[in-house]
Design a protein around this ligand. Structure first.
Ligand SMILES: NC(=O)C1=CN([C@@H]2O[C@H](COP(=O)(O)OP(=O)(O)OC[C@H]3O[C@@H](n4cnc5c(N)ncnc54)[C@H](O)[C@@H]3O)[C@@H](O)[C@H]2O)C=CC1
Ligand SMILES: O=C(O)C1=NCCCC1
Length: 306
């Protein structure tokens, strides 16, 4: 075996800038929805009942982007003093199958998920958004603020968390135009963009609280029996997903509500499905291996790993 290069989270953080990541993710979402060159089975998950978590395996091959890679990600929602998600990404040569690099996957998971939501928001938001509301104040909340602020200038950012001190801490980090809210209804009132990034298993966001025409990035609830968004909201919104196949198998928000999936976000980027900007839109994100593959490729290219 040739030398396998190990790439640390510090190196990934240094290299992976949203200015290069967001356009790369946009292109990969479109490529995925063409259904021609990307081979990506739905995540294979080993459930761990004791921790209510799982270990997920996410392989991908992309002919167009010359990517052969797999992410292995663990989710332990009850972790307290360490992160709830941990990941590594193994990249192989797409022509010989030789392993090339093993990258820390934590930063990639945080950034590529937020970059994907930023792309969905770019296509689905109704006009210029002024108010951003985040439900959750963990790793993804932080990366989503960074990625969305790369594309939009919000006059106001509001944060709700089920533990108020988490919302206060993040609001302080973000600064002047940001406030912590005690109630979800207060946080999302008149919000143009809402991001749900919690580990909740039951809905935290309700139809009555959401401004008609708002755009929601629904990022948590990645199990078929978990949901973050109430069924009435899911059913009344126009629902976009990253992968239909993934959403039908993994998303409790979709399965439990029986909401109809209107399109993959990649289809909107390709122009084969409409962006219904004036309606309330939900982008249900489950996370795709092609997003990890593209992000890993950007990093190893920059490091000159052949
Ligand atoms: N769609 C995608 O591609 C990805 C989705 N995720 C999901 O996004 C969500 C957030 O992930 P991270 O920020 O990395 O996790 P985190 O552990 O850093 O943050 C989780 C947040 O949820 C809150 N929370 C925990 N239990 C809750 C409950 N019962 N009700 C309401 N809030 C609760 C915590 O206080 C914290 O603010 C998780 O559901 C995770 O599985 C994570 C990675 C990728
Ligand atoms: O795509 C990912 O990576 C994840 N998605 C759902 C939660 C675990 C990580």
């Amino acid at each position: 075996m040739d030398t396998l290069v190990i790439v640390s989270s510090e190196k990934v953080t240094d290299i992976l800038d949203y200015t290069i990541l967001i356009p790369a993710i946009e292109k990969s979402l479109a490529e995925f929805s063409k259904r021609t060159g990307v081979i990506q089975p739905v995540r294979n998950v080993v459930l761990i009942p004791e921790s209510e978590g799982f270990l997920g395996c996410m392989p991908v091959y992309s002919r167009e982007d010359d990517i052969l890679a797999t992410k292995i990600v663990s989710f332990f929602p009850q972790n307290k003093d360490v992160s709830t998600h941990h990941a590594v990404i193994l990249v192989f040569c797409a022509h010989t199958g030789i392993p090339k690099a093993l990258l820390d996957g934590d930063v990639i998971t945080a950034k590529r998920t937020a970059a994907t939501s930023a792309v969905a928001t770019k296509y689905l938001v109704n006009g210029k958004p002024d108010v951003l509301a985040l439900l959750g104040s963990g790793v993804q909340a932080r990366s989503h603020v960074a990625a969305l602020c790369e594309l939009f200038t919000f006059k106001e950012i509001r944060i709700w968390n089920h533990r108020f001190d988490g919302a206060v801490k993040l609001a302080k980090e973000i600064g002047l135009n940001c406030a912590a809210c005690r109630d979800v209804s207060e946080a999302v009132k008149n919000a143009d963009v809402i991001v749900t990034v919690t580990s909740a298993k039951d809905p935290v966001l309700r139809l009555d609280w959401v401004k008609p025409g708002a755009h929601i990035n629904a990022v948590g609830a990645c199990r078929p029996d978990w949901s973050e968004i109430d069924a009435d909201l899911m059913k009344s919104a126009v629902v976009y997903v990253d992968s239909r196949e993934g959403a039908i198998k993994e998303s409790g928000d979709i399965i439990l509500s029986q909401a109809e999936i209107y399109a993959e976000i990649g289809e909107v980027i390709l122009g084969t499905r409409e962006a219904m900007r004036k309606k309330t839109t939900v982008f249900k994100s489950l996370g795709m291996a092609i997003e990890d593959g593209i992000a890993a490729k950007l990093v190893i290219n920059k490091l000159g790993i052949q």
